[in-house]
Design a protein around this ligand. Structure first.
Ligand code: GMT
Length: 375
């Protein structure tokens, strides 16, 4: 098939899922056209089946806010027409679903029918979409999509609860490329971080409020009172400065390393013993899946789609949002006993294998064929 993929070209979860899906589809013989405002972060190589179309928004003194949605819709029209696409798959509802609706109307007026699939990723529904500023447009454009997918059962239910959706929503979970995310031996690196054989904890995120990174530090502070440990904080965002401040206040800064944005996240995960994800809400928790694929168990909140990934008492533990003392207690329980830790690590990997891209990508292929009427 000839598939158009629209996404945010950043390191964020929705952009990563869209890019990895496009690469896998291209590897499987499909022609994939990315339509974004920048080259997607993980698309910096040549493949004969991959194309990139940049959405350029012209500057004009009148625009206080640039009309990105109009530029995107125009680019979609152009690519669908000239690359003869079979389907348009937009990731993250805002503003991609409404731009796709406009493009679809323009193309229909030119005698071209382009099926549109919208994939809901989480914050487009749970945080941003629910906002009255966007709600009518989000509701309308989801209902106008030919197909709609959500990355977890919980997100599907949440969407029906908060929006007047008349469409069926298909659940297709996040996935992982196990060829890239797997446990790698990096002993020199482990020794550099934890010279005394301390347990290593890790958190990776965009440091937004929803991630509750301060809880990560509070959990770690309690752990540190019981056993020697180190904490790696990977990523960057608005919460980084207050989190650094908290580490200083708690006098644990010597045990915490802020690594900023990192490319080879799998190498970092490989030296770690426990992943902490105490998020306020999380539609799926791709970062936790990346950790599990590298054999790292997870302490997470029991919110959103996380219970569909992290199995309580098996691959880690799930606790109420904000219950840092229980999270710390369970974290200590996992890492204080070597045999128990090894069992949790094994379980985490076994669970991650259920989300192998080789199993999930065909679900999208089937859905494309169904929506494009190719069956
Ligand atoms: O986690 C973020 O803030 C990034 C966000 C995004 O839209 O890029 O991630 C969301 O989509 C991911 C991929 O589907 C999910 O794995 C994340 O759980 C989800 N984030 C939230 O729901 C907070």
């Amino acid at each position: 098939m000839k598939i158009g993929i629209v996404c945010y070209p950043t390191f964020g979860g929705s952009g990563v899922v869209a890019t990895e899906l496009g690469k896998a589809l291209a590897d499987n013989g499909h022609q994939v056209h990315f339509i974004t405002y920048n080259q997607p972060a993980r698309l910096d190589f040549f493949s004969e089946n991959l194309y990139y179309h940049e959405v350029a928004v012209s500057q004009y003194p009148l625009f206080q806010y640039q009309p990105y949605e109009s530029a995107l819709a125009s680019k979609m029209v152009d690519v669908v027409k000239h690359a003869c696409l079979d389907i348009l798959h937009v990731h993250y509802a805002i503003p991609h679903a409404s731009a796709a609706f406009i493009a679809k109307q323009i193309l229909a007026a030119n005698g071209i029918d382009i099926p549109v699939i919208t994939t809901l990723h989480g914050t487009d529904i749970t945080l941003v979409g629910k906002d009255r500023t966007y709600n009518p447009v989000v509701t309308f454009s989801i209902n106008q999509s030919d197909g709609v997918t959500a990355v977890s059962e919980h997100l599907r239910k949440d969407t029906y609860e908060h929006f007047a959706i008349t469409k069926d929503i298909r659940v297709i979970p996040n996935f992982i490329d196990l060829n890239r995310f797997n446990h790698q031996v990096r002993d020199h690196f482990k020794r550099a971080i934890a010279p005394e054989g301390e347990r290593i904890f890790i958190h990776t995120s965009n440091f937004r409020k929803v991630k509750r990174v301060k809880d990560v530090v509070l959990i770690f502070d309690t752990v540190l009172k019981k056993l020697p440990a180190k904490l790696l904080l990977v990523g960057d965002g608005p919460e980084r400065a207050p989190v650094e401040e908290l580490c200083r206040e708690l006098d644990i800064a010597d045990h915490v390393r802020f690594l900023g944005k990192q490319e080879s996240i799998e190498e970092l995960l490989s030296v770690c013993d426990l992943f902490l994800m105490p998020s306020e809400s999380e539609s799926f928790g791709l970062a936790a899946l990346e950790a599990m694929a590298c054999s790292v168990p997870v302490i997470s909140s029991n919110t959103g789609g996380l219970p569909e990934l992290n199995v309580d008492g098996e691959t880690g533990f799930l606790l109420n949002v904000g219950d840092v003392s229980k999270m710390a207690e369970r974290a200590i329980y996992i890492v204080e006993d070597e045999d128990r830790l090894q069992q949790f690590k094994k379980n985490a990997l076994a669970r991650a294998r259920k989300f192998d891209i080789k199993l999930i990508m065909p679900m999208y292929e089937d859905y494309y064929r169904e929506i494009a009427g190719l069956y």
